[in-house]
Ligand binder design. Structure first.
Ligand SMILES: [Zn+2]
Length: 161
């Protein structure tokens, strides 16, 4: 990582990136919630995550050859980008559907937060976007089953295809 002080840019190789504190990121999400209500803010955060997941998969597609690579590479991306660790990501056949279960430690959305309901909508979107890109189809449903903000050890997501 380097900086071009003249331009005020942070560079990763020759790619420009930006950075901000996790608490600032949370404040932005809270501001959205205050502005448009928590239901719509949740959809918006999810859709932003979806775009991140699709983009991430595009950048990483060449590294993914098996379903095991799917979790290994997603964990690499999370670690590299400061989004915590992807501990597992597995598809299970259930009736007509395949349900992917993803366990994450250290998502910034729920970092040092307590809540009575799951808060990691952007990460849920990112995981779904990642899977949609890999599977080349749209999810029928996704949910965050467990969230650290609610006192669980990890955040656990499910996405059905
Ligand atoms: Zn969570």
């Amino acid at each position: 990582m380097s900086r071009d002080e003249e331009k005020g840019w942070i560079l990763e190789g020759d790619t420009r990136i930006i950075s901000f504190r996790v608490k600032t990121f949370q404040a932005v999400l809270d501001a959205l919630k205050g502005l448009i209500g928590s239901k719509v803010a949740s959809v918006l955060a999810y859709r932003m995550g979806l775009a991140l997941g699709h983009a991430g998969l595009c950048y990483s597609r060449d590294l993914i050859h098996t379903e095991q690579d799917l979790v290994t590479v997603l964990d690499q991306v999370f670690r590299h980008r400061g989004w915590g660790r992807c501990l597992s990501l597995e598809g299970q056949r259930k009736m007509e559907k395949t349900v992917y279960v993803c366990t994450v430690a250290g998502d910034p959305e729920c970092y040092e937060r307590t809540s009575s309901e799951p808060v990691c909508d952007m990460l849920r979107g990112a995981i779904v976007g990642w899977l949609e890109g890999y599977l080349d189809k749209k999810t029928s449903d996704s949910v965050e089953r467990e969230c650290r903000s609610m006192g669980h050890e990890f955040c656990v997501f499910e996405a059905s295809f």
